[in-house]
Design a protein around this ligand. Sequence first.
Ligand code: NDP
Ligand code: 2IT
Length: 453
Amino acid sequence: MATADHVDLEGFIAGVKRRNPGQDEFVQAVQEVAEDIFDFIQDKEQYHEYQILRRIAEPDRVVSFRVCWEDDKGAIRVQRGWRVQNNNSIGPYKGGIRFHPSVTESVLKFLAFEQTFKNSLTGLPMGGGKGGANFNPKGKSDHEVMRFCQSFMTELYRHVGADIDVPAGDIGVGAREIGYMFGQYKRITNQFTGVLTGKGLEFGGSLIRTEATGYGAVYFLKSMLENVGQGIEGKTAVISGSGNVATHAAEKIVQLGGKVLTLSDSEGFIHDPAGIDQAKIDWVKVHKTKRRGRISDYVKEFPGATFHGGGARPWSVPCDLALPCATQNELDGEEAKTLVKNGCIAVSEGANMPTTLAGVHVFKDAKILYAPGKAANAGGVSVSGLEMSQNSARISWKEEQLQGLLVDIMAGIHSSCVEYGGSAGTKHIDYVRGANIAGFKKVADAMLAYGVV
Ligand code: NDP
Ligand code: 2IT
């Protein structure tokens, strides 16, 4: 084989930018990973020779399709759908589906790229993928959402399968949407297989899948704190988002004796100095999923709280712990500095890439405990992997067993990060570096075994 072309980090990033014009989120995600991987592979010739990172940063394929549906007034609506199949070196493509007006090819490519490393970290056999559409479920009737989901699956079904690519939920895609999509897949193919995860318990879903991402992010936080002789009990937490991940992260913080001060949505955040306890979290869950309401309504129900509108984010509220659980780039460099200045000692990302590159560098430089999403929020996809196993075996595991497996998997990811993120002469763990390298290594070694494909 010809000698590899050893580009440096800057040259590599320039190439990624050139090949993906206007895809800022994708470039950001690749850059964050490349910063660590270039350092790690410096003296590992094979990874250069076989262009491993260059190949992981080029999705296996990106499928884009038209999704037509009819709204309740009889008007024809047209949306764009995608499935990005990033890498299946260690298992079938796996990753969620997002319905949100901000969805673009760049957003889904960044998510599929991140998912490849995240899924590798879980230790389960899953490759990386992500899909979605620029569809806004907010304000739509159930029947409109159903017709959209059916139309979306009418194209997607030919690209997915229990051993090919197994989607799940993400922003704007929860139990309702998964039900409609699974129903349509079954109708078209006449097959009852584990093609989606996050299914209802009546039709092949797994216990604790709903809770797994938020709970897992708190288990990871707990491991980081215990590693420095601390715990969650008595600590204050600021959380963004008020969806699946945020509410379950809040629930686990409360169960472990912490106090949750904030939740948010795209319109702003609520601050409840008395603490958002389990009864209040239950109210938020029902309000967001059943009534499809806004977080601002919280202050009408619980008058001790305040609402901060205009899209305000909660990072100025002093806290010990911060958990961004809404969306990408929701915590910038200035906000990261504010958190550190106010005494925040640990950040655990329930969302995918919620912190900008500038923010990541602030946390790294301040040497606080900082868990990137690909490690901290891997609990959700882990239980999805366990749902796939249960579906293949046509069996349902008990809750206790699944809770134990989730705890074990999150502890395993923490150990991997410590193994690759530690450095001689200091106790500090760089969890970003640890997650990037541990996630990369397994995928890279599988790719080396396959040769050039
Ligand atoms: P949900 O749809 O249940 O909730 C999303 C929450 O984030 C809502 O409160 C929403 O507010 C808010 N949000 C969405 N977009 C924006 C935005 N542009 N600006 C401000 N707030 C916004 O989604 P999830 O809880 O499932 O997902 C949250 C994050 O967690 C995402 O980054 C997702 O990729 C990640 N994740 C999810 C997993 C899962 O299992 N569900 C697994 C791993 C990661 P609003 O109602 O106003 O839109
Ligand atoms: O970002 C994620 O890990 C998810 N949205 C969950 C993916 C999954 O397949 O469960």
